[in-house]
Design a protein around this ligand. Structure first.
Ligand SMILES: NC(=O)c1ccc[n+]([C@@H]2O[C@H](COP(=O)([O-])OP(=O)(O)OC[C@H]3O[C@@H](n4cnc5c(N)ncnc54)[C@H](OP(=O)(O)O)[C@@H]3O)[C@@H](O)[C@H]2O)c1
Length: 349
């Protein structure tokens, strides 16, 4: 007999999630079903709850990050078997199917957006990785043009994928990450560093050590009145080719800093986690990431597990465990909306 699935349903925008019985999902070709042991909260989930954005089917089940054990393997999936410990990035955002949402006891995940989680890493740590990882790879390595939203281009930095080799070979380029202590900013810092890129970040002063653990060569305080000049000087001193800026925060204040830095450095990429400023100079190539893209497939299959095993990929920012049970997801969403700093909110199941 199948176990009883349960999920956190959104019945209408702006309402609390309702915990209830849900159909038991099955794994289609190329998919796995994960019995979730931990799920993580992302700001996107807050937008989905409050405004119903991206919801295609009511009641909706969302949630992008899961960690747990493989419960079922679909046709054609070679790399996983029942019982494997895994992390996975759900695709409910594009599929709209409730069974693809993470806030449930059992969730369908494409096998090419999952990886074995080493035994030494707790589910509550591993679950901070998936969505941020795919966002980071999308920010750094997409080459082809495309749209994140109608009329909003995706960034095309076309940078190399992270290298598993112990000592990464520098590629002679420098990237600035604004919002380096955020989940996505931390992961962009880690993945860019692992691709041989020199990374300079901007964070809150209390998150300097976190950003350095992610690989940042230098970290500057976003509240410093001279942050623009400090970053510009640091970039110039590297003597490396300036790629541009990844802005994980993408609001008015960091955009002003980004544009001032880009002006002083002669332009470059401005890859953002939200639509970029409407007006940018001609020498600035601005775009918005969309964190579901096949560009990450190789990273999932060849990099994630080995890099987690060796400590090259760290589960950062560290989790804050809000509670155990689907019932805690409402509280976790409320805490996310109140703002987090240098952590990812996680619910154990
Ligand atoms: N387009 C996509 O596909 C995509 C994918 C993933 C995420 N996103 C978006 O990306 C954004 C970041 O997501 P996340 O999960 O990484 O967020 P998060 O971890 O919740 O972000 C929290 C961090 O924001 C930082 N912060 C706030 N204001 C800042 C400022 N003015 N300058 C620098 N840092 C600032 C804080 O840094 P300090 O405490 O150090 O100041 C804090 O550590 C969200 O808006 C999310 O919706 C978009």
């Amino acid at each position: 007999m199948s176990p009883q699935n349960r999920a956190a349903f959104l019945d209408a925008a702006g309402t609390p999630l309702r915990i209830g019985d849900a159909p038991m999902p099955t794994a289609g070709p190329g998919e796995i079903v994960i019995k979730n042991a931990a799920v993580a909260i992302n700001p996107l989930d807050c937008h989905m709850q409050d405004h119903g954005v991206f919801v295609q089917q009511w009641p909706a089940v969302f949630g992008c990050d899961v960690a747990g054990e493989v419960y079922e393997v679909g046709d054609g999936v070679q790399i996983f078997k029942k019982g494997d410990r895994v992390i996975g990035h759900t695709i409910n955002l594009v599929s709209g199917r409730p069974q693809d949402g993470g806030y449930a006891l059992y969730t369908v995940v494409p096998a090419d957006k999952a990886a074995i989680l080493p035994d030494a890493i707790a589910f509550t740590d591993g679950v901070v990785v998936p969505f941020a990882l795919e966002a980071a790879v999308c920010a750094l390595s997409v080459k082809e043009p495309g749209e994140a939203l109608p009329g909003v281009a995706i960034p095309n930095l076309g940078l190399p994928l992270p290298s598993f080799d112990g000592a990464t070979k520098p590629i002679g380029k420098v990237l600035v990450v604004n919002g380096g202590s955020s989940s996505v900013g931390s992961m962009v810092t880690q993945i860019a560093t692992a691709a041989g890129i020199h990374v300079i970040t901007i964070t809150g002063a209390h998150n300097v050590e976190l950003s350095k653990r992610c690989g940042a060569a230098q970290v500057f305080d976003h509240k410093s009145s001279s942050v623009t000049d400090e970053v510009v000087e640091a970039v110039k001193q590297t003597g490396l080719e300036f790629i541009g800026i990844f802005d994980a925060i993408a609001t008015t204040e960091p955009y002003a800093t980004d544009l001032a830095i880009l002006e002083k450095l002669g332009g470059g990429h401005l890859a953002c986690s939200h639509p970029p400023p409407t007006e940018v100079p001609e020498n600035v190539k601005a775009g918005m990431i969309f964190a579901i893209n096949d560009v990450a497939t190789t990273v999932w299959s060849e990099y994630v597990t080995r890099a987690l095993e060796t400590g090259k990929l760290l589960c950062l920012p560290p989790p804050t465990i809000v509670g155990q049970g689907l019932e805690y997801i409402n509280e976790a969403l409320a805490r996310s909306k109140a703002g987090v700093s240098g952590t990812k909110l996680v619910v154990k199941l």
